[in-house]
Design a protein around this ligand. Structure first.
Ligand code: TXA
Ligand code: MG
Length: 321
């Protein structure tokens, strides 16, 4: 049920239940991160494989030292410059963090969300909150309370904070002794990070994939085929297709058009991406044809999400992923 009652939501969290809540990126599906039974309910509700670790959300920088045993001056530098905000820092975990949260990895992803409702919920609950995006596994992340309601209608409490500001999931980095390694692109880019902390020399791709099992090639897909312009493997009947537009080219030939941004603004495009996917999923178009956006700044994160959304439609052998 969609609600504005943070007190009730925090009671549910304290009682070992689930609450969906807004962050500045996307809506999260939260549970007490220190309670394995509560965390298990997240995997069950999302139908998420347990090899995919969860991000732990905190409201105070001091909480890092309870959740992680890693010592590095870079931790505070990152927290002071980017928190609250869309940066998840993967650190060596402490014994307090249940293995289910980290899928058995010896690291934990931590972030402080930049949203007053999320921060108040964490404070009132009195515990860190483990939360993945509040969608069914592999589906589009929610940017409105109604999107959560659509995918997880059985939830007792979905805190309503309106549309999310950033609209794309946080940047995930692993912090090594010599600096950071990006595991998932997001709003905070490599050039933002490099101003404060050096880039690690550990950049082996397999290692990245191993360190972040959630980085599957196929993810975030609407239920309709998504194709990216320049890579459309089939004959398309454009009168049945929707155009997810960045450049506004030949808009007349499509059945309908959803704009990521009318003036080619990448930040606006990121904020609109998942909302547009939800709208098109509910529309009567048969396919979604998306523009390629420039791979600069947050454009990388947008292209990452678009490629993941289209991946399973380009690879028939992976249709069931
Ligand atoms: O913006 C966000 O990050 C949202 C909001 C709700 O905070 N959360 C989110 O969670 O996107 P989720 O579960 O959909 O994605 C978390 C990503 C996954 O790709 C996961 O593999 C990675 O973070 N991750 C979490 N803990 C990790 C760890 N210990 N090591 C490597 N990767 C980790
Ligand atoms: Mg997700």
């Amino acid at each position: 049920m969609i609600s504005k009652d943070i007190n009730k939501a925090s009671e549910i969290i304290r009682g070992g239940g689930l609450v969906a809540f807004p962050t500045e990126t996307v809506y999260g599906l939260g549970a007490n991160a220190l309670d394995s039974n509560a965390v298990a309910k997240i995997f069950e509700a999302k139908e998420r494989p347990t090899f995919d670790p969860l991000i732990v959300h905190i409201a105070k920088i001091e909480d890092i030292s309870r959740l992680s045993i890693q010592k590095s001056t870079y931790i505070n530098v990152l927290a002071e410059n980017f928190w609250p905000g869309p940066l998840t820092i993967v650190l060596e975990k402490s014994g307090l963090v249940p293995d289910l949260v980290t899928s058995g990895l010896n690291t934990v992803g931590i972030r402080m969300p930049d949203n007053p409702i999320a921060l108040e919920l964490i404070n009132k609950s009195g515990c860190p909150i483990a939360a993945p995006s509040a969608n069914k596994f592999g589906r589009i992340s929610p940017t409105k309370a109604e999107h959560v309601q659509k995918q997880l209608p059985f939830l007792e409490c979905i805190l309503d904070g309106g549309g999310t500001k950033i609209g794309i999931e946080s940047t995930v980095i692993r912090l090594h002794d010599d600096g950071f390694q990006i595991l998932r692109n997001g709003f905070i880019t490599e050039s933002d990070l490099i101003k404060h902390v050096p880039k690690s020399n550990k950049t082996d791709v397999n290692e990245v994939e191993l360190a972040s099992p959630g980085l599957l090639k196929s993810h975030y897909s609407p239920e309709k085929p998504v194709y990216i312009k320049g890579n459309i493997p089939i004959e398309i009947d454009y009168s049945k297709a929707a155009y997810l537009s960045f450049y506004g080219e030949e808009t007349n030939k499509y059945k309908l058009v959803e704009y990521l941004s009318k003036n080619q603004n990448l930040t606006e495009a990121a904020a609109n991406l998942f909302t547009a996917f939800h709208t098109l999923e509910d529309s009567d178009c048969e396919y979604i044809i998306a523009d390629q956006v420039p791979m600069i700044g947050i454009g990388k994160a947008i292209m990452d999400r678009l490629s993941k959304a289209s991946y399973r439609f380009l690879n028939s052998s992976l249709k069931s992923v």
